[in-house]
Design a protein around this ligand. Sequence first.
Ligand code: FAD
Length: 368
Amino acid sequence: MRTVVVGGGVIGLAVAWRALRKGVAVTVIDPAPASKASHVSGGMLPPANEQLFDQDDLRALCLASRSLYPSFIEELEEFAPAGYRRDGVLDAAFDEDALLSLDHMESFLDGLGVRTQRLTPAEVGELQPAFIPALGGLLAPDDGAVDPRVLNAALCTAVEALGGTLVRRAAVRVNDHAVVLDNGDTVPFDRLVLAAGCWTHEIEGLPPGAVPEIRPVKGQLLRLHSDPPLLRVTARALIKGRSLYLVPRLDGELVIGATYEERGYDETVTAEGTHSLLGRAAEVMPGVGALRFAEVSAGLRPGSPDDLPLIGPTAVPDVYLASGHFRMGVQLAPVTAEAMVAHLTDAEPVAAAAPFTPLRPAVLAAAA
Ligand code: FAD
């Protein structure tokens, strides 16, 4: 069985690696693997976000991925370091509304069996001395973050080590059981996985409606540096009804994110985006201005018609989708890979992924 994966972001690479492990022959086609959203991403792996409160299927998918993460990383680290840390995610509340949302999150996570610890203001200050005094905190000690750049590099190494082929070209169209590249070459396949993020629907040759439009949702993100790291654990700072993601790396990098902007395929970084992120960070970490400026970057989150992932077969025989992971692609990579590999090897489907079939009514209606 020759499987071709179009798109080598974290999703396509994870699918490719897990399929290779099962003995599937895989070729990944991407002009610049892991250069788009997966390169920009913060890699935060929180136990939950507010989107999961009323979305049972998404909650089950996230929990399935969360439980797969440690073994996914352990097996990947047989090839290269994967940049994973599982030393806690702290939600810190800086106003009364935020404190109420901590209560809500605590009971939600308790109901899911996710371990949490409520922290007093003094305990938040001990854990993150760089913060202004908080009103309280909620620590999820079994959660954490991954550095997507390290993860992606490890996935590329693993794909090549297991005999996978990376073709550094763009896919232009699908012609029966072959992908036509931008240099006119063709790559035949028995099964095809389309995982090109918000560019997935641009690949030509499939019947209209087979692949829904994937909307780009721009996010800007800052990378600063200090030695030693300014923060000790991954955090969300809750203030003024918003949540700022703060992801410290062990090498002193601090990732601050992110903006949400609907501006089509615009990947420019702006002074306004940088100013807003720095301003929000300075509200809770007055020392942030002294950090070394490393990078500001922008990426496009892939948003499906209902903002939920698309994982599984399309109406076209042998053509599958793994896209639309929006703001959670790094988090959902292990379960997406597991679900796609079950399809590619005709194994028992992964139950948690079943509701995310691209053949669901909301997607078919939008694509019609
Ligand atoms: P992409 O990473 O966009 O990859 C698509 C790939 O397809 C690219 O490599 C591209 O070169 C390739 N491609 C495009 N067209 C073609 C073609 N014609 N032929 C071949 N290849 C093609 N998620 C989390 O879980 N946690 C976070 O903390 C988090 N933070 C984020 C912060 C920001 C600012 C952004 C932008 C995203 C964040 N996300 C986060 C979301 C996450 O990054 C995405 O959901 C995920 O990266 C999507 O991965 P992907 O592989 O589907 O898409």
